[in-house]
Design a protein around this ligand. Structure first.
Ligand code: DAT
Length: 175
């Protein structure tokens, strides 16, 4: 059993699916802390350099885990990252996999000026449900939920649903 007094949640999904937007809203509404793995990798230099073709950092996972271990074990983190299989099961209480339709994703990644190879890889990854599979392979099925993130209305409903889950977790884990 976890000894933390606040839950840890992973918000995952293909880049562009809405992780950051969801995490910011959730952090504001729940008081939990938005832990952007992207920022951690950059600011604490948990990488082995820059991949020019994909315009992204080559993440050093061991360094990343060492770097966030203490704060995540404390609890109360909303982890924002496009992978989830690296975090130890014992750290995590809920895994939310956001999903989006191809056309919407294409538009969002295009707006970010993603290079063609990176754009195509991410579209394929979303269609093949790579992150959903990764989440199901890495965590108990009861803690993995898949939520749609095509529209603002869906995002608001998702945030409300996760907020309700946090409230219940706090009730169940208070003495
Ligand atoms: P991620 O952190 O997964 O890369 P993001 O939160 O930065 O994604 O969102 C990418 C863009 O898409 C951003 O301009 C906000 C928009 N967006 C995300 N989710 C949305 C939703 N459910 N409805 C409408 N727009 C959304």
């Amino acid at each position: 059993m976890a000894t933390r007094t606040q839950p840890n949640i992973i918000i995952t999904g293909t880049p562009g699916v809405g992780k950051t937007t969801h995490c910011e809203m959730l952090a504001q509404n729940t008081g939990l802390k938005h832990l952007s793995v992207n920022d951690v990798v950059k600011e604490r230099e948990c990488h082995e350099g820059w991949d020019e073709e994909f315009k992204s950092w080559i993440v050093d996972e061991d360094k990343l885990l060492d770097s966030i271990e203490d704060e995540v074990k404390e609890g109360g983190c909303i982890i924002d990252w496009h992978a989830c299989d690296l975090f130890p099961k014992s750290w995590i209480d809920l895994v939310v996999v956001l999903r989006v339709g191809s056309e919407k994703l294409y538009d969002r990644l295009k707006a970010r000026n993603y290079p063609e190879a990176k754009l195509q890889e991410n579209l394929d990854s979303e269609i093949m449900e790579v992150l959903l599979q990764e989440a199901r392979d890495s965590y108990d099925e009861e803690i993995v939920i898949e939520l749609r993130s095509d529209t603002t209305e869906e995002m608001e409903a998702n945030v409300e649903r996760i907020e309700a889950w946090v409230k219940q977790w706090r009730k169940d884990n208070s003495n």
